[in-house]
Write a protein that binds this ligand. Structure first.
Ligand SMILES: Cc1cc2nc3c(=O)[nH]c(=O)nc-3n(C[C@H](O)[C@H](O)[C@H](O)COP(=O)(O)OP(=O)(O)OC[C@H]3O[C@@H](n4cnc5c(N)ncnc54)[C@H](O)[C@@H]3O)c2cc1C
Length: 413
């Protein structure tokens, strides 16, 4: 593992930092993004912000220049993400397009599809959502039942998707559907770009524990999708979906820096409230410090792999497993440090952080579920990294028991 930054990487870090110092809409290093009364105004603000970032070339750093990227490598992207997070820049509102749909189109889209969709992803002119999960297809993603019936110059899609983040704001949905019902489970799927405003698409927000409704149920009722909006060959949806899912793992510079910031704030909170005088809390604070540092080293190891042109591989599951559990321990500790203020919410008296720790605690409970649950990550690590025996195969025609999972994208990528 070579950790020495190249001259180009150092120069890029200086560039992005200088740009942020001038253009960040809050004070660099100390300020925070504005709080918004509702998700609509937050999304509108974030779209403008992503537009500015994209115009300066800080979105899609690894994308080809022909589609608005910089054509740089993973280390350059890591540096830009680190600097954005260090400046407390919020997550990209168009992250599903930038991190999932875009790379999928780059790998499987036609030239016309790339030209149509890619440039509008970077500046958040169009937002995407990921229409994969269904009520009976999450870990076992190959069980999707949404039907794609061939008709005329396209397909008619009918089914229900769930947990679709930002569907209420999305222009396009990357959808996995069953186009060949008689083909074997993994072979009868196709991938489509669904116009989220087409007749027959209904989006119903689902309120989460934080009180916000970031994700949704999406009902597709006889939604017509033209052939030209099928991504990849008919029946090749499983391969396309797997390449989407492979982008949900690997290095995670953003979570790294977010957790470095959380740690910094937690140590400040602990010092201010006297938590270090309690040896039980003191030991856990030291442990939190060590864990964030280990997460950094895991990231660097994966990054070094990517820089050598290797895939993240099943080892990517170790990183996801590690950071999600680390995050939940760090947040549990934060609430213990808050002590009697832990159950309070915004606008309460004597509540350090004004509810931000409590919100963050609730949010990160989902970290062990999204992008593949931790049980699934453990299966991947057990079977594909440690070489332990595989789960038993599903019985023919059986329900989606644990055995089906080893064949699924969320389990196997
Ligand atoms: C905040 C958030 C945002 C999300 N956004 C999106 C999105 O935008 N688009 C999208 O398509 N999906 C999204 N999801 C869905 C997410 O991908 C699924 O929730 C996840 O893959 C798990 O699927 P499931 O909920 O159906 O649980 P299930 O697969 O039903 O699992 C239920 C439980 O059984 C366990 N389990 C299942 N199989 C096995 C096995 N073989 N061995 C051991 N244990 C097993 C699981 O670990 C879990 O604990 C989101 C989820 C969250 C929490």
């Amino acid at each position: 593992m070579d950790l020495a930054p190249s001259t180009e990487t150092l120069a890029l870090r200086d560039d992005v930092r200088a740009w942020l110092r001038t253009n960040l809409p809050w004070e660099y290093g100390t300020g925070l993004p504005p709080r918004h009364a509702d998700l609509d105004s937050e999304v509108a603000f974030l779209r403008r912000w992503q537009g500015e970032l994209a115009r300066a070339g800080w979105v899609g750093v690894t994308w080809p220049t022909a589609y608005g990227g910089r054509g740089l490598g993973p280390a350059a992207n890591f540096v830009v993400q680190e600097e954005l997070a260090r400046a407390r820049a919020p997550e990209l509102v168009g992250r599903i397009g930038v991190n999932l749909a875009g790379p999928t189109l780059l790998a499987h889209g036609t030239d016309a599809q790339k030209a149509r969709w890619l440039p509008r992803i970077l500046g958040a002119e169009e937002l995407w959502c990921q229409l994969f999960s269904e009520p009976d297809a999450g870990s076992d993603l190959a069980s999707v039942r949404t039907a794609a019936r061939r008709e005329g110059t396209g397909y008619v899609l009918t089914g229900t998707k769930v947990w679709t983040s930002y569907a209420q704001f999305a222009d396009w949905g990357l959808c996995l559907a069953r186009s060949e019902p008689d083909a074997p489970k993994h072979k009868g799927l196709s991938c489509f770009a669904v116009d989220m405003r087409a007749p027959g698409v209904t989006v119903r927000p689902l309120v989460q524990a934080t009180g916000e409704a970031e994700f949704n149920e999406v009902v597709l009722d006889e939604v017509f999708v033209e052939d030209v909006r099928r991504i990849g060959e008919a029946g090749a949806g499983w391969r396309v979906a797997n390449s989407t899912l492979s982008h949900e793992r690997g290095v995670n510079p953003r979570q790294l820096v977010i957790h470095m910031q959380h740690l910094e704030e937690l140590l400040r909170l602990a010092a201010g409230g006297g938590a270090f005088d309690d040896p039980r809390l003191g030991r856990r604070l030291a442990q939190a410090y060590v864990e964030v540092r280990l997460f950094q080293l895991h990231n660097w190891r994966s990054l070094s792999r990517l820089e050598k042109g290797l895939e993240p591989g099943p080892e990517g599951s170790i990183l996801k497993l590690y950071w999600s559990e680390m995050s939940q321990r760090l947040h549990a500790l934060a609430l213990d440090v808050l002590g009697p203020a832990a159950p309070l919410w915004h606008d309460a008296h004597d509540n350090p952080g004004d509810g931000s720790w409590q919100r963050s605690w609730l949010y990160y409970q989902a970290a062990s579920i999204f992008a593949g649950t931790n049980e699934i990550q453990r299966n991947v690590v057990g079977e594909r990294v440690l070489g332990l025996p595989r789960e038993p195969a599903a019985t023919a025609g059986g329900s989606s028991g644990p055995g089906t999972v080893k064949e699924s994208g969320r389990a196997s990528t």
